[in-house]
Design a protein around this ligand. Sequence first.
Ligand SMILES: [Zn+2]
Length: 163
Amino acid sequence: MLTRELAGAWGRFLSAEGFSAGELPAEEEVELARMVADEPDRHPWRVVDAALDLLGCAECGGPLGRGPLGCGPCQLADGFRYSAIEIDRPGVPPGNEHAIRVGFSVLRAPHRQSAATVLGWRLNLPHLMAGRLPTTAQAQALRARINRGATYAELAPTLFTGS
Ligand SMILES: [Zn+2]
């Protein structure tokens, strides 16, 4: 689902640049991705994340920004990506878009995070995509239950129900 959403954003970016899908030779698409990745502050974050996927990391060989912890170029790219543009969708609480974006980066590179962090985002992301945003108290309560060992199956039905 996450990959499809980013691919959709990349496709819309390509059409806005005047290319139709599949018409651009692979090496030119990579060249375009490199330009986007070099100027993340000029593009929406989904487009930047999709561009990074098209760029291999010269050091670890993975998609740039999603390699193992400790890979220098990935670390750098993962940090720079946050200068990309993020705008809340209409009708969602402020900060919803930022939370979605963090959730994407955590769940698309789970090996860079703790198991508790990954579980929290797995639980929250579908709700974020639906336009909700947990309060700080809700987020802290969830984190506490995860730290006490609660599982996805136990926690998922309780989210945003007030219990
Ligand atoms: Zn790397």
